[in-house]
Design a binder for this molecule. Structure first.
Ligand code: ADP
Ligand code: MG
Length: 248
């Protein structure tokens, strides 16, 4: 329990997860160090979303271990709220509150959950809106923003909780193609600032450029992994090769 920043920030060991009879994760192990950006890629239904949902205890597991900063996520005594303060998550569906402005959406959790002073939360929220390059849109309602802009508000909302690691689950998959780039740029900015990121993505060019490490999953196992240079050039497993040939 004496976790230090030199230890993995997130560590999965032999994680098994089933939904009833359906085995979805069949012994997944991976480590994420502070400041790392890792990308998880793989066919639809291979367990990518399930895998990252386990990290912030949105899914429980049947076997194995998941440590976040040295704390076992599956400990029944773990305070899930405390865990989710450390582990932010951004989804494909950004789910902003439609009757709140961008600024209010970003401020809400710090005020309600972290009990931050409103003026301080607003100052932080304004800075985060600038950070995701939406200055001037503070008072816009979600319906007045493009999908990419809304997703950037969702990223700012996640950052407002000051997480140590953020999980991104195909956050550009539902966007119009012309707004994908601006969201990827926002994530790239975060990565360059040293934010620890675990991303599920189909954006291979982005993964190649930004990831420190790529994991390819198929049917609940990590088939192959490596730094992007070697992963994309020297994929060995036929399943990886087939996937890459379809997507690249
Ligand atoms: P991916 O994100 O790689 O597309 P998922 O992790 O969403 O894959 O899903 C993996 C498998 O688990 C799929 O067969 C899916 O139908 C199943 N699954 C996911 N969530 C649930 C759930 N809550 N209940 C039952 N089955 C689920
Ligand atoms: Mg998924």
């Amino acid at each position: 329990m004496n976790w230090t920043p030199a230890d993995p920030m997130v560590s999965l060991k032999d994680v098994h997860k089933s939904f009833g009879e359906l085995k979805v994760l069949n012994g997944v192990s991976l480590d994420v160090m502070k400041g790392d950006v890792i990308c998880i890629i793989g066919p639809s239904g291979s367990g990518k979303s399930t895998l990252i949902r386990c990290v912030n205890a949105l899914n429980d597991i049947q076997k194995g271990s998941i440590l976040v900063e040295g704390q076992e996520v599956n400990d029944p005594n773990l305070d899930k709220l405390e865990l989710r303060k450390k582990v932010g998550m951004v989804f494909q569906q950004y789910n902003l509150f439609p009757h709140k402005t961008a600024l209010q959406n970003v401020m809400m959790a710090p005020v309600r959950v972290l009990k931050q002073d409103k003026a301080k939360a607003e100052e932080t929220a304004r800075a985060l809106i600038r950070k995701v390059r939406l200055e001037g849109k503070e008072n816009a309602y979600p319906g007045e923003l493009s999908g990419g802009q809304q997703q950037r508000v969702a990223i700012a909302r996640s950052l407002a909780m000051q997480p140590d690691v953020i999980l991104f689950d195909e956050v550009t998959a539902a966007l119009d193609p012309e707004t994908v780039g601006e969201v990827l740029q926002t994530i790239k900015d975060l990565a360059e600032d040293g934010m620890t990121c675990i991303l599920v993505t189909h954006e291979m060019a982005f993964a190649r450029e930004v990831a420190d490490h790529i994991y390819f999953t198929d049917r609940g196992v990590i088939v192959e992994h490596g730094p992007p240079e070697t992963f994309f050039k020297n994929a060995q497993d036929p399943r990886t090769k087939e996937f890459l040939s379809q997507i690249l």
